[in-house]
Design a protein around this ligand. Sequence first.
Ligand SMILES: N[C@@H](CCC[C@H](N)C(=O)O)C(=O)O
Length: 276
Amino acid sequence: MKLQFSKMHGLGNDFVVFDAINQQVELSPEQLRFLADRRFGIGCDQILLVETPRHKGTDFYYRIFNADGSEVEQCGNGARCFARFVHNHGLSCKNEIPVGTARGDIRLYLQEDGQVKVNMGMPVFEPGKIPFIADEQQTVYQIDIGGPSIEAGVLSMGNPHAVLQVSDQDSAPVDMLGPILEKHSRFPQRVNVGFMQIHNRHEISLRVFERGAGETLACGTGACAAVVSGRQRQLLDEEVIVHLRGGDLVISWKGEGEPVWMTGSATEVFQGSIEL
Ligand SMILES: N[C@@H](CCC[C@H](N)C(=O)O)C(=O)O
């Protein structure tokens, strides 16, 4: 099977994107891992599939796979690349694109300045829906890792996130705590782990150890989760610039009952074909 693909990135969080409308794309977990492999394959953090819509009111369906081959519910940087991809490849000429995902619909807006703005939907805090094992919903939770417990905000942006506040992102123990929390028994479907340094009420720095991919240069849903968690702790204002290792995102959230908005870049780097 020979497949056409595009290599894209959102702030260095990189993707192999397939048009699964004009070619048949069925990938096994082994093939997904091969595609993501930076030495033996193409190399990426996630693989994205652009599919035909599954329900009324949407123009496409969006599937996301982590580098480890697992299928996931949501990907923020991928959503912006999705919008750029369907435009670049003549699949849509609209500037507002409704897209179905495994966890509800999202809306993508291509702006005149080239940035893509996304309505990421509402954050979810009920532990059972994240999913996270806890007796009751709290703003921050103590998580026991055998030693001093870890304090984290836990929520879903369609996918699960734990957000830790750190005093310095450069020295944050991302490599040590990321894998421990990702697979912690209180997260039955694993979790993405964010390390947030707050500079002031409208500016943070963030590193994210992603479920199924390891630390990436940027995580869109992680940026949304960090701002939501920071706002819940009453440390941030409505609009926040999030500095990620690969660049900046603007995230805004009015508060409970409102969707989270994300604005940032999306870049197509090259196109190619691969025999699987
Ligand atoms: N990079 C993404 C998130 C991709 C999925 C995540 N690793 C998960 O398993 O939930 C983003 O930009 O949001």
